[in-house]
Design a binder for this molecule. Structure first.
Ligand code: ADP
Ligand code: ZN
Ligand code: ZN
Length: 685
């Protein structure tokens, strides 16, 4: 709820201020004018007005208000959370100084052409530097668009609306973004481009920087220093930056001249914020486009089923790019049936089937590269004792600790608890403790054994912890210093590897039977994306292949994958979702509670449910009983969750808005509850 303060002069809505709250001064935003001209006499005055900055615009405020209401957060809390933290620390004088410095830096150059520096993040290694205004207005290397690309660019330019740009890797989506952006920029507008993870897409940023070398491009993401983030935000807010390239938080950038929004890889779960206000930046982008009357382009080879359903309903327009540029075909997808491997009793299955090992060896001989994809890092997911059955559980979580051979540690991926690997079984003293299962670290080792002499590299969260290491490793792959690249989903996404002609998914089955109803959708898109890594060069495309090692090769998901048939896959999934009443045919919210003991969290959720039951019945909203999530205990805290579901988004929204404010009071009764939160449109359940 906004609070009232007095000000001697009228303040336009969107003005940043500092106001007294209790004994402190806190930052605030003028939200609306007072209903009557005469202020009550006892109002406390605004302490300071930030006059150095133009007020935040009406559209920005509407976006924030919508997001706060939809995701059930406090308006002030969300509004301040999405502004750069540094903004709150500076007073009017300091901000005025920054603004004038930024404006001066971008003032038109008079006299001999001085270089105009384009501010870019230090982390943006691998991106071409765009330091100077090119002499003429002719950007480098602009290929003529093919017919489908041309139609797409025209459609986007012709009318505001939400567009799905549907095409596989290498079909020319980025080129469409670039052309649409060019048109928006030429019309004097700003362009917002959102990507799931900025580190995984240096090439996209490089292409924008190169194409728009004379324009000012800034990035907005969480890896920026606070000072950089403020600077970039200010440049956007002042209208000085023409292009903003960022992650999900960029959806809240203040852009007074916004003309186009692009969300690349719109299906990627990273667009959903997982803490605080759990917003979907993709969904907010669509809302923002609608609000501001500008086109929104959602790009993907495997659109989220939410987006796909909206295309079916005619609410979004699908723009298809059906061919790879240069006629490169998609790699042939081959399934390897793991059940056909001859096995000795008790022996673990080999990392790679012999025929896939041969296929990799062939690549090495030809000087081509292979990519082995295994979505599990570490050496082995668990250690066990062969004598007494001890397993490397985490004492603080309901999860196994992962064996990392590199630093000989047992590490919990949920709470971070780490210990040196014991020499003997902690329970019985047996010296024979063995790894169970396989992570990327072990796969790397096994591949090196299977293919002596091969140059094997691994890329996952463990090998890329140090700043710059991801870039260095990618550089080695691009330079051809690597024959076989082993890695997690990090390598399946984004990168434009030219020499890869073989991709193998080592053990993808687990997602087929996961409890989360979105697991198959994720797996399909990940495998399609991984497949897209192979054969991007037309000359190699013909002999490119993707192998999938599976114990369930008959599964429908793999059948669709073999044909690269997203539409068939989506149709079956949507049928199942409809039959089960799951999104996109219903709306969900997840109420989570945490306590030292599950029973406390459960009691809280049960009583919360009881409070809303009558209203829920009336509104057609179902409240399911509280259950533990897949990993129920993390860092000595028990978690419970309760699903709230309705076929009507509006009904669910109304119920939540009436109900959740009461829970603050309820919590004071349930003192053992450490935290509770609501996740609207949860991605993982
Ligand atoms: P995507 O974003 O779908 O992966 P890109 O836009 O990156 O596809 O296009 C793949 C490659 O083809 C890039 O190297 C790009 O420069 C090139 N390209 C895109 N469109 C054309 C075109 N119309 N003519 C020639 N080359 C193109
Ligand atoms: Zn033991
Ligand atoms: Zn743990």
């Amino acid at each position: 709820m906004p609070l009232d303060y007095a000000s001697p002069q009228p303040l336009p809505p969107g003005t940043l201020v500092r106001v007294p709250l209790g004994r402190r001064d806190v930052p605030g935003i003028v939200w609306q004018r007072p209903p009557q001209a005469e202020a009550p006499p006892d109002l406390r005055p605004v302490r300071e007005v930030v006059s150095a900055l133009p007020p935040l615009g009406a559209h920005w405020r509407q976006l924030v208000a919508f997001a706060a209401a939809y995701y059930q957060r406090g308006l002030g809390e969300l509004a301040l959370a999405v502004l750069p933290p540094e903004l709150r620390k500076l007073d009017d004088v300091q901000l005025a100084r920054r603004v004038s410095r930024l404006r001066k830096a971008t003032a038109p150059v008079v006299g001999p052409a001085a270089p105009r520096v384009v501010e870019r993040a230090a982390a943006d290694i691998g991106a071409a530097r765009a330091d100077e205004v090119p002499p003429a207005d002719l950007p480098p290397s602009r290929p003529p668009l093919n017919d489908e690309q041309q139609m797409a660019v025209q459609a986007i330019g012709a009318a505001a609306g939400t567009y799905l740009l549907h095409g596989v890797t290498g079909s020319g989506k980025t080129e469409v973004y670039l052309h649409a952006a060019e048109a928006a920029l030429a019309a004097g507008r700003q362009v917002l481009v959102m990507v799931p993870e900025i580190n995984l897409t240096p090439q996209l940023e490089a292409r924008f920087a190169e194409r728009f070398a004379g324009r000012r491009l800034v990035s907005l993401h969480s890896a920026l220093t606070p000072a950089q983030r403020l600077k970039h935000w200010l440049l956007a807010h002042l209208g000085e930056a023409d292009l903003v390239l960022g992650t999900r938080l960029a959806v809240f950038a203040s852009l007074p001249r916004l003309g186009l929004i692009v969300a690349d890889e719109e299906h990627d779960p990273s667009f959903k914020q997982q803490e605080g206000a759990r917003y979907s930046a993709r969904d907010l982008a669509v809302y923002r486009g609608h609000l501001e009357g500008v086109p929104v382009v959602l790009g993907s080879a495997t659109p989220s089923l939410e987006t796909w359903q909206r295309v079916q309903e005619g609410r979004y327009t699908r723009l298809a790019l059906s061919q790879r540029i240069g006629g490169g075909v998609l790699p042939r997808v081959r399934l390897f049936d793991m059940n056909t491997l001859p096995r000795q009793r008790g022996a673990a299955a080999p990392a790679l089937a012999p025929m896939i090992v041969d296929a990799v060896a062939e690549r090495i001989e030809r000087g081509e590269q292979s990519l082995l994809f295994l979505n599990r890092r570490g050496y082995a997911p668990v250690l066990h004792c062969t004598a007494c059955g001890w397993k490397s559980g985490c004492p603080h979580c309901s999860a196994w600790r992962v064996f990392h051979k590199g630093d000989r540690s047992l590490r919990c991926h949920h709470c971070g608890f780490s210990e040196r690997v014991p020499r003997a079984c902690p329970d019985c003293g047996n010296l024979d403790i063995a790894p169970l299962g396989r992570g990327t670290e072990r796969l790397e080792e096994q591949i090196a054994e299977l293919l002596p002499g091969a140059r094997v590299a691994r890329i996952d969260a463990d090998t890329t912890r140090l700043k710059g290491s991801l870039e260095a490793q990618l550089g080695a792959v691009h330079a051809g210093d690597v024959d076989v690249l082993v890695g997690t989903q990090m390598i399946a996404k984004g990168h434009d590897f030219r020499r890869i002609t073989l991709v193998a998914a080592v053990n993808p089955d687990s997602a087929l039977f996961a409890s989360d109803f979105r697991a198959p959708e994720r797996l399909f898109s990940l495998l399609m994306q991984a497949a897209g890594r192979a054969g991007r060069d037309a000359e190699h495309a013909a002999r490119s292949e993707m192998w999938v090692q599976s114990w369930h090769p008959q599964h429908g998901l793999y059948a669709a994958l073999r044909k690269h048939d997203y539409e068939a896959f989506a149709a079956t999934q949507l049928e199942e979702r409809q039959a089960a009443g799951l999104p996109p045919f219903s709306s969900l919210a997840l109420l989570r509670a945490e306590a030292r003991e599950a029973s406390i969290a459960q009691a809280f959720l049960r009583e919360a449910a009881a409070q809303a039951q009558a209203a829920a019945d009336e509104a057609g909203v179902t409240i399911y009983p509280p259950v533990p999530p897949p990993v129920a205990r993390v860092a000595d805290v028990d978690r419970m969750q309760m699903l709230v579901e309705s076929p009507s988004r509006v009904a669910l929204q109304r119920l939540l808005a009436d109900w959740l404010p009461q829970l603050h009071g309820l919590r004071t009764v349930h003192k053992g509850v450490l935290r509770w939160a609501v996740d609207v449109d949860p991605l993982a359940i």
